[in-house]
Design a protein around this ligand. Structure first.
Ligand code: AMP
Ligand code: MN
Ligand code: MN
Length: 463
């Protein structure tokens, strides 16, 4: 695993750079048709070349490959500059035959809305939909059995699902006498702090462990770049496992279970722990419940399945205090958050004939009201809830100056496809990306993309 790390990082970096070039600098007409998504980049072992896999909606694939080849000199120069490489690998461009994104998202949606029975594990696996080969729940149980030590890595901008899944696995394994920790490098948002249950350690503490004996687990993301500062630590484990439900991603773990039809990662974790017959005491059940509660918007989003409710019911039977969970997560409105919301609404803009809404919050505003990043939670949903609005985007300035966007849609707009265009990802109705550009540029770009998307690229109004 360790020796693959450099190739993997090289591929991830090249993917990021080409995705950014596609947004701005690459002017070749064939590269400006529809939405081209770089799904992954595979670097050859000797570093001499890298294969860039792309996909997209309604593309003339041959023309895109020609466009890339004609722009190759420029792309390689930019990669060399950005990465400070003495030798830049030659580039080969290929259509992603696994059709991980783009045109098959529609097919996935129809599959997803088709079947609703059985457990998460019993549902259509991603592999059957032509995506990365999944391992089965029972294979994951065997994998967990074969290890004694585990590190879990929630994704950045930590939410209830990623933390709940990590904490639940961690606590359950500890009950079995195994050693497990959740490695974090950011403050846990106040509203989910109560499910931490003394599971977390810092990067520094994790570095002191014998990492080569550990299984690294990535819950609620299939893209290692989403654990940012902890990437190296993650790759230092003996092997890695990804448990996720996003429709976009860059699965590079040794074992992957990615089920986009499931509303939350915590439901998949529930299935794994149940299949393994591992302990699921009250704290474990509460962590899972909070993940499900938050990722389904309190069981309101269309991703909510009958099985989601069955799992929630089973968790209640294991002792979850539903009222406490609700109070912790949803009854903590602070004056700071309200003032920030006032600023959001003052500057909010509705465009595209009332079908889209955009809002933003700068660091200055957060500082003015002594507000935290987590105080912006729910703002993209607020913008989406406006009557007539199909798609919303909320942008906020991170402490390091980058811009984090959160996009939401109501009925038909595919925000995952749009986020992927900007190097991010997510689900059809909730997705995001992080931008190195200024707030003004980011908003201006995304507004244009949404207007274009509403014209057809990202699904059109069925009415
Ligand atoms: P958020 O808007 O941060 O609540 O995220 C909505 C969904 O999109 C979540 O499932 C996130 O995991 C996903 N997402 C957000 N930002 C990114 C990103 N930069 N890259 C990939 N997925 C993202
Ligand atoms: Mn998440
Ligand atoms: Mn999730």
């Amino acid at each position: 695993m360790r020796k693959n790390y450099r190739d993997q990082r090289l591929g991830e970096e090249i993917k990021k750079i080409i995705s950014q070039l596609l947004q701005r600098e690459l002017k070749h007409p064939a590269l400006n048709q529809g939405i081209i998504t770089i799904s992954h980049v595979k670097s050859a072992q000797d570093g001499s070349f890298a294969t860039v896999y792309f996909t997209g909606i309604g593309l003339d694939e041959g023309a895109v490959i020609d466009g890339f080849n004609q722009s190759k000199g420029f792309i390689r120069t930019e990669i060399g500059k950005a990465m400070g490489l003495r030798f830049t690998p030659d580039l080969r461009f290929k259509v992603d035959e696994t059709e991980q994104y783009g045109q098959h998202i529609d097919e996935l949606i129809s599959r997803v809305s088709g079947g609703d029975s059985g457990s998460a594990a019993g549902m259509t696996a991603v592999s059957e939909a032509g995506m990365t080969a999944n391992v089965s729940v029972s294979e994951i149980v065997d994998l967990l059995e074969s290890y004694e030590r585990f590190l879990l890595f929630p994704h950045v901008s930590m939410d209830g699902d990623t933390l709940g899944a990590a904490v639940a696995i961690c606590l359950s394994l500890r009950e079995l006498g195994k050693r497990a920790y959740v490695v974090i490098d950011e403050e846990i948002p106040d509203i989910i702090e109560f499910i931490e249950y003394k599971t977390t350690i810092s990067i520094k503490e994790a570095e002191a462990l014998e990492l080569e004996n550990y299984l690294s687990i990535l819950p609620d993301s299939s893209d290692v770049s989403r654990i940012e500062t902890r990437g190296e630590l993650f790759s230092s484990g003996k092997e890695s496992l990804c448990i996720d439900h996003h429709i976009t991603g860059n699965p590079t773990c040794d074992y992957n279970i990615i089920l986009p039809e499931v509303a939350s990662t915590c439901e998949i974790v529930y299935d794994i722990l149940t299949e393994a017959d591992y302990p699921m005491h009250e704290e474990i059940a509460t962590a899972l419940y909070v993940g499900i509660l938050t990722d389904t918007g309190r069981f309101q989003y269309e991703s909510t399945r009958p099985q989601t409710h069955r799992i929630a019911a089973s968790l209640m039977e294991k002792g979850v205090d539903v009222n406490r969970a609700f109070n912790e997560v949803y009854q903590k409105l602070t004056p700071s958050k309200l003032f920030v919301e006032k600023e959001l609404l003052e500057d909010m803009e509705i465009f595209a004939d009332g079908k889209a809404a955009v809002g933003f919050i700068t660091r200055k505003t957060l500082d003015l009201y002594d507000a935290k990043d987590a105080d912006t939670e729910g703002m993209s949903e607020k913008l989406r809830s406006i009557v007539g609005v199909e798609v919303s985007v909320f942008a906020r300035e991170l402490a390091d100056g980058r811009i984090k966007t959160s996009m939401r849609s109501k009925n038909y707009f595919d925000v995952a496809a749009l986020a992927a265009k900007y190097g991010g990802g997510g689900h059809i109705r909730a997705a995001g990306f992080t931008s190195e550009k200024t707030m003004e540029e980011t908003l201006s770009d995304i507004k244009k993309s949404i207007e274009a998307g509403l014209m057809g690229d990202c699904g059109s109004d069925p009415q």
